[in-house]
Design a protein around this ligand. Structure first.
Ligand code: 5GP
Ligand code: MN
Length: 340
């Protein structure tokens, strides 16, 4: 169900009443986060003189080719500049996340900003921090929402090749190349629309998926050969990586993305987890098949959330303690997992 109360905001934009806008997104932004923010940024430049994308952290290098990427400000790299931009903005757009706690310290700055807050998102259970909301948890991606918002409020003619390229990227990555169950006939029509607006699907696919380092391939090989464990009674696959292993394979931001899917690709496995000992905390990625609610599991045990079949969480315990907690927690769902 779409929640849209942005008509007054749209009017303000059309009347050129906004002069400075910040667009932000979640921690370690992915293809949907960067595609939607950069697509929206390119669009808003038609109406707003000062628009900038500010990310809470760095992100994977395979997103650096996106149009407009050179102007992105990373809060971790330039905290004072981002804090100043956020504090003085007339509007702060929050894309692809719906709780300010998801962007750590930047969340407090957004809350305190004098500007109006706008949330555009497709995750469940939004926090009510925004003055304007464009939200639909059935949308495949935030890129889908940005496209529909532009098309319905301003007209699809605004969607040029750069904007279409950004938005196609998020549509493609958040649907796992149009494989996940968030891919509907409507999603494919949207992809076709974006191609007609100038998105080159071959280039986009190659830019995202054909650019990995040798270290990353070796990390995947090592993880599958040495680290993949099965918990058969729970139809669950588990991979955990410690800091030495991350160092050994020179793991960069984004390098572990996709690894969790290998567990789920196994016959009879319906739940897969990747547990990684990041410097600041232990980070977890969950994927499930069918009706098993990975987001509820992540929320109940690991301060997380997300979608039913793709969720994330974290822990401030040690890696060993987190893995042990996971093994225990998944047993609570044994019967449910067996019945999927
Ligand atoms: P990933 O495993 O790719 O990092 O995340 C999968 C999904 O779960 C994404 O939709 C992401 O937004 C969500 N997600 C990842 N980590 C967290 C988290 O710590 N908290 C919440 N609420 N959602 C998360
Ligand atoms: Mn998304």
């Amino acid at each position: 169900m779409l929640i849209n109360n942005t008509s007054a905001l749209v009017q303000k934009i059309k009347d050129r009443k906004l002069t400075s806008v910040v667009i932000t997104t979640h921690h370690k932004p992915d293809g949907d986060a960067m595609g939607s923010t950069l697509g929206l940024c390119a669009f808003l430049k038609h109406f707003v003189s000062d628009v900038v994308v500010c990310t809470p952290t760095d992100y994977s290098e395979n997103l650096f080719w996106l149009p407009g990427n050179a102007d992105v400000l990373d809060f971790e790299a330039v905290p004072d500049l981002v804090a100043q931009k956020v504090a003085l903005a007339d509007a702060v757009f929050c894309l692809d996340f719906n709780r300010l706690s998801r962007i750590n310290q930047l969340g407090d700055l957004v809350r305190e900003s004098k500007g109006v807050k706008v949330m555009m998102d497709h995750h469940l259970e939004p926090e009510e921090f925004a003055d304007f909301t464009y939200w639909n948890h059935q949308a495949s991606s935030t890129c889908e929402l940005v496209y529909l918002w532009i098309k319905d409020a301003f007209g699809a003619d605004f969607v040029d090749a750069d904007i279409a390229t950004c938005l196609y990227t998020g549509l493609m990555t958040d649907t796992g190349n149009f494989q996940h169950n968030n891919t509907k006939p409507f999603t494919l029509r949207l992809a076709a629309d974006l191609m007609e607006h100038g998105a080159n699907h071959l280039d986009i696919h190659a830019n995202i998926y054909d650019v990995f380092s040798l270290d990353r391939s070796k990390l995947f090989g090592y993880s599958l050969y040495k680290k993949l464990e099965i918990i058969p009674e729970c139809r669950t696959a588990l991979i955990h990586l410690d800091r030495d292993e991350l160092r050994k394979f020179n793991v960069q931001t984004g390098d572990t993305e996709g690894l969790v899917n290998f567990g789920l690709g196994l016959k009879d496995i319906v739940f897969s987890v990747l547990i990684i000992d990041r410097t600041e905390r232990v980070k977890m990625s969950f994927r499930s098949k069918g009706t098993f609610p990975a987001n509820e599991f992540a929320g109940k045990y690991f301060e997380g959330g997300g979608h039913r079949n793709a969720a994330g969480g974290q822990s401030t315990d040690t890696l060993e303690a987190t893995v042990a907690k996971f093994r225990q927690a998944v047993l609570d769902y044994k019967l449910e997992l067996q019945a999927i």
